[in-house]
Design a protein around this ligand. Structure first.
Ligand code: AQP
Length: 345
C-alpha cells in the first residue's frame, strides 16, 4: 500500500474553498473570497467551491431557512462570475465523505491544537459550555473539506489562516502516523490583495462580519444602491485628509479600511488609491467610494436576485456539482479507509 504512494505529494494542483450557508453575504466575503475564486477560475485553475451547510449548523440554523441560504450562496457564486462548466459548485452535505474523513481527522488532531483556535474563542464567547461540539471541531471538518480533494491552494480571508495551519498539521500527522508521506498535500492558504481583511464600517479594528449586530457595520450583497451609499456616508472615519503614502494610514484604522476597500473594488493597490486621493478629505473620498461600490456590486446583486427567483436553475448546478465532487472524493476516502485499516469486503 505505502509503496505506491510517493514520498512527496505529486498530484495535480487544485483550488478549493467554501462559504458557510449561514445568512446574508457581505462585502468582506465578496472581496476576501468570491472575487478571488473568480480570478483563479479565470486563470484556468481547477476550482472546487462548496456551500458549507455542515459548517453552518455548528450554530443553530432554522431548517426551513438553511436550504434557502444554501441556494443563496450558490447564487452568489454564479452571480460573482463562477462558471459551472469550469468550476465544481456543490453543497458540502451532498458528499458524505466530508463527514467520514472529518471523523478520522478528529482522531488525528490533538485537543491542544484545537484549544488554540481563536475563532472558537471568539464565536463561543462567554458561553463555551453551551456551544455545540461541532463549533469546537469545525476546523477539523474544514481540514477534511480541503484534504478530501487533495486541494493544494485555498483562497480565504485572513481570518482563516490559523485553520489552514491546522489543516497542514493534520495532513502531516496523518501522513507520518500511517507511514504515507506524500499522501495528503500541504495546502497553501492563498491570502493576497487588499481585500483579505475587510473591517467593520463602524469600527476599523473589528472584522466585517455577518454576526455583527449593527447592520451599518457591513455592506450586504443584497443592499441596494441607496443603502450602500448611506452606509458608506455613515462609515466611521476621521477629520484628517487622506495621506500620500500607505505608512500614513498607520494608527488610522477606519481610513486604512476604506482605502483598502476602494483598492480591492478597483483591482488596484492602496498606493495607487493614495496617489489619486492623498491630500483630500473624506467628504471627497466617500462619494467616489460609494459610486465604485455601487458600480461593482450592482451587477452581482441583480444577477443574484434573478437566480434566486429561479431555484430550479440553482438546483441543477448544485446537483451536477455534487456528482462531480463525489466522483473525486470517493476514491480518496476509500484509500484513506484502507490506509487506516478499516475492514473492506
Ligand atoms: N471581513 C472579511 N474580510 C475578508 N474576508 C472575509 N471572509 C469573511 N469575513 C471576511 C472570508 O469569507 C469566506 C467565507 O466566510 P464564511 O461566511 O464561511 O465564514 P466567516 O469567516 O465566519 O464569515 P463571517 O461573516 O465572519 O461570519 P460570522 O459573523 O458568522 O463569523 C472565508 O474565506 C472568509 O475568510
Amino acid at each position: 500500500m505505502t509503496d505506491q504512494i510517493p514520498a512527496q505529494y505529486t498530484g495535480p494542483r487544485r483550488i478549493l474553498s467554501g462559504i458557510q450557508a449561514s445568512g446574508a453575504l457581505h462585502l468582506g466575503n465578496y472581496l476576501g473570497a468570491l472575487k478571488r475564486f473568480v480570478e483563479m477560475q479565470d486563470q484556468g485553475e481547477p476550482c472546487f467551491l462548496f456551500v458549507a451547510d455542515m459548517h453552518a449548523i455548528t450554530v443553530w440554523q432554522d431548517p426551513d431557512k438553511l436550504t434557502a441560504q444554501t441556494r443563496e450562496i450558490a447564487a452568489a457564486y454564479l452571480a460573482a462570475g463562477l462558471d459551472p462548466s469550469k468550476s465544481v459548485i456543490f453543497p458540502q452535505s451532498a458528499v458524505p465523505a466530508h463527514a467520514e474523513l472529518a471523523w478520522i481527522f478528529n482522531c488525528v488532531a490533538r485537543l491542544g491544537w484545537l484549544d488554540r483556535m481563536t475563532q472558537f474563542k471568539e464565536k463561543s464567547g462567554k458561553h463555551k459550555e453551551r456551544s455545540s461540539v461541532g463549533l469546537y471541531t469545525y476546523p477539523v471538518l474544514q481540514a477534511a473539506d480541503i484534504l478530501l480533494y487533495k486541494a493544494t491552494g485555498v483562497p480565504v480571508g485572513e481570518d482563516q489562516k490559523q485553520h489552514l495551519e491546522l489543516t497542514r498539521d493534520i495532513a502531516q500527522k496523518f501522513n507520518n502516523d500511517y507511514g504515507v508521506p506524500g499522501f495528503f498535500p500541504q495546502p497553501e492558504p492563498l491570502i493576497q490583495g487588499p481585500g483579505t481583511r475587510v473591517m467593520s464600517l463602524r469600527d476599523g479594528s473589528a472584522k466585517m462580519s455577518k454576526s455583527d449586530p449593527s447592520d451599518l457595520s457591513r455592506i450586504n450583497l443584497t443592499d441596494d444602491a441607496d443603502m450602500i451609499a448611506t452606509k458608506i456616508k455613515k462609515a466611521k472615519s476621521d477629520m484628517d485628509a487622506l495621506p500620500e503614502t500607505v505608512e500614513g494610514l498607520e494608527g488610522r484604522p477606519e481610513a486604512k479600511n476604506l482605502v483598502a476597500i476602494y483598492a480591492a473594488l478597483a483591482d488596484t493597490t492602496r498606493e495607487a488609491v493614495l496617489a489619486e486621493f492623498g491630500g483630500q478629505g473624506f467628504g471627497a473620498f466617500k462619494p467616489r467610494l460609494s459610486e465604485l461600490a455601487v458600480e461593482s456590486m450592482a451587477p452581482v446583486t441583480a444577477e443574484m436576485r434573478r437566480l434566486m427567483a429561479d431555484p430550479a436553475e440553482i438546483d441543477k448546478v448544485l446537483a451536477r456539482g455534487a456528482d462531480q465532487a463525489r466522483e473525486v472524493a470517493q476514491p480518496v476516502i476509500e484509500e484513506v479507509k484502507k490506509i487506516v485499516g478499516f475492514w473492506q469486503a
